[in-house]
Ligand binder design. Structure first.
Ligand SMILES: *Cc1c(COP(=O)(O)O)cnc(C)c1O
Length: 373
């Protein structure tokens, strides 16, 4: 999709907010805990390279991504000084490519190890992390004896380094810690069973790093919270510090008109003007990731809330203005415009999705501009 550079709809990412969120997290973690900044999904839609650089400035010492391609993109853009871990299983026939670019990857079970070994060229150095399934039910070793068998096999192989071991929590963002504790103790058992403890022993995502910062491990994987987004509603009021949202979404009025009683607005004429109303047109629609479910949501213009009326089109939608405003007036869809603010949480509520989904839906057609880079 082409980037809309000649239309007034844009995303602003405040890199200082990301730096601050990371610094605050580091300040509550034990010294020498490595913070891996999670950059999957184009840094949760914020822009991989810009966020990567901000994270390094703030003290992140490594990156996590979901795909080998995401890791390769970072390496090929010259970021070579820190470890990058792919969180999902790579395809066995890509093993030498990962090694060549010094990209770490998980081994998830015995069969996966065998396949990786079959495709290995015999000389490229590899860095692996044992993925351990302690209750997420997604990827990783479930049995100690199976993992220990593979550890033994790897210790006898030249050029393979067991750099880490990790697990992932299913419910670190909930008040009730019963399931979390169960996963934690299973992880501790799995770690303790290894002959040799790897450099990076890690289990925490944002929620766990914030609520349980002193777990006795050596690294955390810090994602959603570094972007200033709440890991969940349940814990948003018990976080140890305030999160600063980095992303704002803006547009500008392209047409302003006075409509009269009985006039219809947008597709299918679902909205009927009831009295004299000032109507503003916004150049944003579902091709930008501003979905049809946003009909009825309020945006901010000139410091006032204004409802989106009628159906949302692919590229445009309409709002009811509080009074006549000039064409070109700035409209805030996510972000602050005193005295109001709109969070990704609220946009998510309207669409029955979480804050990450909201931002990841915003398409590449919307240009990203960076502040405080
Ligand atoms: C995405 C992801 C994270 C980051 O989680 P947040 O909740 O965004 O901090 C950590 N670990 C794994 C395995 C992940 O897939």
């Amino acid at each position: 999709m082409e980037i809309g550079l000649h239309r007034d709809t844009w995303i602003e990412v405040d890199l200082k907010a990301i730096e601050q969120n990371i610094k605050n997290a580091i300040s509550i973690l034990p010294n020498n805990t490595t913070l891996f900044a999670v950059l999957k999904g184009g840094a949760y839609g914020h822009g991989t390279l810009e966020v990567a650089k901000a994270a390094l400035r703030a003290g992140a010492k490594g990156f996590c991504v979901a795909l080998l391609d995401e890791a390769l993109f970072i390496r090929k853009n010259g970021i070579n000084q820190v470890p990058i871990l792919v969180l999902g299983p790579i395809r066995p026939h890509d093993v030498n490519l990962a090694g060549k670019y010094n990209i770490s990857f998980p081994i998830i079970d015995q069969a996966h190890f065998q396949e990786l070994k079959n495709y290995w060229d015999g000389y490229t150095p590899l860095k692996i992390h044992f993925a351990v399934d302690t209750g997420m039910g997604r990827i990783g070793f479930r049995e100690i004896h199976e993992m220990k068998k593979i550890e033994k096999a790897i210790l006898s192989l030249n050029q393979w380094i067991i750099e880490g071991i990790f697990t992932h929590f299913a419910s670190a963002d909930q008040f009730d810690t019963t399931y979390f504790e169960m996963q934690l103790s299973q992880f501790k058992r799995m770690v303790a069973s290894l002959e040799k403890e790897p450099t990076f022993v890690h289990c925490s995502n944002s929620a766990s790093a914030l609520l349980h910062p002193t777990l006795p491990f050596t690294a955390v994987r810090f994602g959603v919270a570094m972007y200033g987004l709440n890991p969940s509603y349940e814990i948003k009021d018990i976080l140890p510090f305030r999160l600063y949202p980095a992303l704002s979404l803006y547009t500008r009025l392209t047409q302003v008109k006075l409509a009269y009683k009985g006039d219809k607005i947008s597709y299918s004429s679902t909205y009927t003007v009831t009295e004299k109303e000032w109507i503003g047109t916004l150049p944003i629609g579902y091709a930008d990731g501003w979905t049809s479910k946003m009909q009825g949501f309020q945006v901010i213009v000139d410091g006032c809330l204004a409802p989106i009326i009628g159906k949302i089109g692919m590229d445009q939608c309409m709002i009811r203005l509080p009074y006549e405003l000039p064409v070109g007036s700035k409209v805030t869809l996510i972000g602050k415009d005193y005295p109001h603010s709109i969070t990704s949480d609220e946009v998510g509520d309207k669409q029955n999705m979480n804050n990450c989904e909201v931002i990841l839906l915003l398409t590449n057609r919307v240009p990203r501009y960076y502040k405080n880079g």
